[in-house]
Write a protein that binds this ligand. Structure first.
Ligand SMILES: C[S@@+](CC[C@H](N)C(=O)[O-])C[C@H]1O[C@@H](n2cnc3c(N)ncnc32)[C@H](O)[C@@H]1O
Length: 447
């Protein structure tokens, strides 16, 4: 492997880029080598998985564990050669499939996440990546850009002087990010551009004055006094890319190198994926949490969103699991348990923090029933669909997602093989309660 000049020669602070020895230590190509044979803390959650190669490119709290996909594939009554996940997220299903020798197809509506998954599944030429990193670093270092075009495309709250003395990115930091973005976009290989862009996305929250948690985004304590050092932007990016190149090199002969990522709304796209042997997914929970908000920094700063219309359009395409935008709510499908829940929610309308919650909950199940019907047309007889779902609660009314889906399964042409509670989730403060909500695995099969 021919090596370009070390990056440390370009700017102090760069970590030495991958050597064969590091590549050999970093991981491996089998599922066991990738996960290190770890004991997953919980099958349903990402606990610990963001330390794994590829998964650490971007922290994704809501991911399920790779071990869940391995178990699904191993326990399938039919051999699994092709597996679909209609809610791709960080790409756990798709990436795990590649380590298991299964061909993945995944759908993700969020363009940044769709690119993140595509970048994880792609095949690269390591020396080309190293040369590209050197070029990007040189280009960004030599740039005199003041980020004017990028600043024009961002909401005013994003960059100093911001709005009402608050801004997400200090101007000197934003200028460094803009220079990096311009240098990345100047690369000629679209796969390299995508990879570098998503790796920059993985650092975006750290470059901002905000922190992101399960409760959303907020300004860091004392952010005005503890400014981000703009000279760290380029070295931090170079370190992240160098670390990713090590992982890519170490896992370059995993048993499956193919994979399809469809960017868009799975309610429309799932029917087009063709026959699959298994489906695994974790749809957003009906807890009013909009993933578009969580990835707002990446979406705007990387140019995936350039107007509020873009933002609205993306929100319209997400599963009906939140009330952040006005939309047409599909009427709730009918089953006794859901009828009862819908009636209770309508009666409690005055106590709900948003009057659209009952309609949202009804439409949530209509969306999922539609997807389950499509699943039954894609699977072979006995083929399974593994759904990880979470309950919700509004004004003390419990929305039992797994149980309602199980009740609806026959009308989708599916049979419930098993239901297993994974863990309890605390009710969000917004839902004013301390009760525990269940997160469950539901395994459906095509009779
Ligand atoms: C709970 S996360 C999935 C996490 C995934 N299982 C993992 O391990 O990374 C749900 C994902 O569904 C995506 N999503 C929401 N609505 C969608 C839609 N209509 N079509 C496709 N993806 C959608 C969200 O953007 C989010 O990434």
């Amino acid at each position: 492997m021919s090596m370009p000049p070390p990056l440390s020669a370009l700017q102090p602070g760069y970590r030495r880029v991958a050597t064969r020895k590091v590549l050999a230590r970093a991981g491996g190509d089998s599922f066991e080598a990738w996960t290190g044979g770890r004991e997953a803390a919980s099958m349903s959650t990402n606990a610990g998985a963001d330390a794994l190669p590829f998964q650490r490119w971007h922290r994704f709290k809501e991911a399920f564990s790779p071990e869940l996909i391995e178990q699904a594939v191993q326990e399938s009554p039919v051999p699994v050669r092709r597996l679909a996940d209609p809610f791709g997220g960080s790409g756990t299903s798709a990436l795990t499939c590649q380590f298991l020798g299964v061909k993945p197809v995944t759908i993700e509506v969020n363009p940044f996440l769709a690119d993140l998954i595509t970048a994880k599944l792609a095949t690269y030429h390591v020396p080309e990546l190293l040369s590209a990193l050197t070029r990007v670093a040189r280009h960004a270092t030599a740039s005199r850009s003041r980020g004017a075009a990028m600043i024009r495309s961002l909401p005013a709250t994003f960059v100093e002087p911001g709005v009402k003395d608050r801004w997400l990115f200090d101007l000197p930091v934003l200028i460094q990010i803009a220079r990096l973005r311009e240098a990345i976009e100047a690369e000629s290989n679209p796969a390299v551009v995508r990879l570098f862009r998503v790796l920059l996305g993985g650092l975006m929250v750290g470059f901002s004055n905000a922190s992101v948690s399960g409760k959303g985004r907020r300004y860091r304590v004392n952010w005005q006094e503890r400014r981000v050092d703009p000279t760290c932007v380029l070295p931090t990016f170079a370190d992240a890319v160098a670390a990713a190149i090590v992982e890519i090199g170490a896992c370059s002969t995993r048993p499956m190198r193919e994979g399809t990522v469809l960017h868009g709304d799975s309610r429309q796209l799932l029917a087009d994926v063709g026959p699959v042997d298994q489906i695994t997914c974790s749809p957003p929970y009906p807890n009013s949490f909009d993933y578009t908000d969580v990835y707002n920094l990446e979406l705007w700063m990387l140019g995936y969103l350039t107007s509020f219309d873009d933002n609205r359009e993306l929100r319209q395409s997400t599963l009906t699991s939140h009330v952040q935008i006005s939309r047409d709510f599909t009427p709730a499908p009918r089953c006794r348990r859901l009828d009862k829940t819908m009636k209770a929610l309508r009666q409690a309308q005055d106590e709900l923090w948003d009057p659209r919650i009952p309609a949202m909950v009804g439409a949530y199940f209509a969306d999922l029933l539609g997807l389950m019907r499509t699943c039954s047309t894609l699977l072979p007889p006995k083929g399974q669909a593994w759904f990880v779902v979470g309950d919700s609660q509004y004004a003390g009314i419990h929305v039992q997602v797994a149980k309602v889906l199980a009740d609806l399964a026959p009308s989708a042409g599916l049979k419930v093989e098993r239901m297993k509670p994974f863990r309890s989730m605390r009710v969000s403060p917004q839902q004013s309660g301390r009760h525990q909500l269940s997160e469950d695995l539901v395994v459906f099969s095509r009779p």
